[in-house]
Design a protein around this ligand. Structure first.
Ligand SMILES: NC(=O)c1ccc[n+]([C@@H]2O[C@H](COP(=O)([O-])OP(=O)(O)OC[C@H]3O[C@@H](n4cnc5c(N)ncnc54)[C@H](OP(=O)(O)O)[C@@H]3O)[C@@H](O)[C@H]2O)c1
Length: 242
């Protein structure tokens, strides 16, 4: 899709006060999107959005905690009253709750709390945000939902350790398939991606990719044409095995 077609379209990004969410807002803004930058912390959302506005981008802040269903409803009401439509949702917010103790983060040592919190944020949060915004996409007859997942949630390349993160990302991948099937006749594409190992608070300073490189596939999936893929897992703009 050319930047012509993205001009004025509305994009919502979760977990966007820092890291790849913030960078996705910047790159989408540069393509002409009107961006709703969300964070669970109102002050952080405002500061981050104001930084991007200083760069000349059309970015507004909104508070959204993906763990709170009411927050998703409030976000949808805000988007509807402000813009009347939404074209892109980037489900980017996530966290790692696996506690690094002496003997690593084994599935044999994890707690119910770590598993539950992982699913609440990394899986259910994305589903609830989509639930709130899909009605608006249906009204417009257009939608691109981008689930920022991880190779750590891929069954094919599954390894040991980080059970909460791995299981919750595998479930996010499954939700991508379910949602894409349910929306396949609505011109709403739902895809997941692995950004690679990226220099953010989560990825650490030794990671290979810059945040800008890390969001390349997110931006690509946010701007898919109407005949583009849905229900697919991507890395470096190419499909990979789930
Ligand atoms: N970095 C990597 O190497 C890597 C690799 C594979 C996949 N990923 C995925 O890429 C995405 C972005 O990661 P990142 O590296 O940019 O991580 P990050 O720097 O740790 O940023 C995570 C973001 O998610 C937000 N968040 C956490 N819980 C939230 C909640 N309940 N509600 C709303 N926002 C919440 C954080 O907000 P606060 O500031 O309030 O905590 C922060 O803005 C994630 O989905 C991650 O799993 C990252």
């Amino acid at each position: 899709m050319s930047s012509q077609n993205t001009k004025g379209k509305i994009a919502v990004v979760t977990g966007a006060n820092r890291g790849m969410g913030f960078e996705a807002c910047r790159q989408l803004g540069k393509l002409g999107f009107r961006v709703v930058l969300t964070s669970r912390d109102a002050r952080k959302a405002k500061e981050a959005a104001s930084k991007l506005r200083d760069e000349g981008l059309d970015v507004v802040a909104h508070t959204h905690d993906v763990n709170d269903p009411q927050s998703a409803e409030d976000l949808a009401s805000f988007v509807e009253s402000e813009y009347g439509e939404v074209h892109v949702l980037v489900n980017n917010a996530a966290a790692i709750f696996d506690i690094e103790e002496d003997d690593s983060t084994s599935i044999l040592a994890t707690s119910k709390e770590a598993l539950t919190r992982s699913f609440e944020t990394n899986t259910i949060g994305a589903v609830l945000t989509a639930q709130a915004l899909v009605p608006l996409m249906k009204k417009t007859g257009y939608g691109r939902i981008v689930n920022v997942s991880s190779g750590m949630g891929g069954i094919t390349e599954m390894n040991g350790g980080y059970p909460g993160y791995r299981l919750s990302k595998a479930a996010l991948n499954a939700s991508t398939r379910v949602l894409s099937e349910e929306l396949k006749n609505d011109n709403i594409k739902v895809n997941a991606l692995c950004p690679g190992w990226v220099r953010t608070d989560m990825g650490g300073e030794n990671a290979r990719l810059s945040p800008q490189e890390g969001v390349d596939t997110t931006v690509y999936l946010s701007t898919l044409p109407d005949d583009g893929p849905t229900g697919t897992f991507f890395r470096k703009r190419a499909p990979i095995l789930w």
